[in-house]
Design a protein around this ligand. Structure first.
Ligand code: B4P
Length: 190
């Protein structure tokens, strides 16, 4: 079993690479961004509250995302493993994830991070915003706020895994195939 955390700032390519990694390693892909967008689409109370925060470039509360992930881990723990995409995004989420994993007698194998500079992130997200229909992708100030949230609340999560000897970073600029090859090499070395 292999349980991966794919890490990086908004627009780093986590969703793009997760789709390829889940196929290659036969993993269950858990994206908190996708789960939240599913709640928004279904018009649930959770989705309505989450949309308000996401549209301001802010993170949704830890207990909301932890609750969504908890049931997914329980339902899929007999498989080949998980790829967590966009989660954990705070140290509190990382601590909760370790707890949820050990309750199910499994553990995180490692975190692999994609390094991309802010100008490239902004460019990518604005381009995606032309077709994605995502309101959080269409305004440059809001995108910069997402990057700010990442730098203050999410970046420290890397230290959490580094302290456990479970952290690797690779360059996230270049062709999607080239980055995928480097990611797989990092995963295979975990
Ligand atoms: P997410 O859905 O996780 O979205 P993301 O960070 O924008 O994107 P990702 O890194 O997956 O980029 P992608 O591959 O699509 O989060 C959205 C919001 O949900 C957050 O802001 C937050 O409010 C909330 N949220 C989610 N999880 C949460 C949590 N755990 N706690 C609290 N709040 C949470 O790539 C971006 C674009 O770049 C795409 O258009 C892609 O085609 C392009 N691209 C990819 N690789 C490329 C490459 N190599 N070269 C050029 N372009 C590339």
């Amino acid at each position: 079993m292999i349980n991966l955390v794919l890490f990086g700032p908004p627009g780093a390519g986590k969703g793009t690479q997760s789709d390829m990694i889940k196929e290659k390693y036969n993993l269950v892909h858990l994206s908190t961004g996708d789960l939240l967008r599913g709640e928004i689409k279904a018009g649930t109370p959770l989705g309505i509250k989450a949309k308000e925060l996401m549209d301001q470039g802010q993170l949704v509360p830890d207990e909301v995302v932890i609750g969504m992930i908890d049931s997914k881990i329980k339902a899929n723990k007999e498989g080949n493993g998980f790829i967590f995409d966009g989660f954990p995004r705070t140290v509190a989420q990382a601590e909760a994830l370790d707890g949820l994993m050990s309750e199910n007698d499994i553990a995180i194998s490692g975190m692999v991070a994609l390094d991309v500079d802010e100008e490239e992130l902004t460019k990518r997200i604005l381009k995606r915003g032309e077709t994605s229909g995502r309101t959080d992708d269409q305004n440059e100030d809001l995108i910069r706020n997402r990057v700010k949230e990442y730098n203050t609340k999410t970046a420290p999560v890397a230290n959490f895994y580094e302290a456990q000897g479970k952290y690797k970073a690779i360059g996230g600029v270049g062709s999607i195939e080239e980055i995928f090859t480097n990611l797989c090499a990092a995963i295979d070395s975990l």
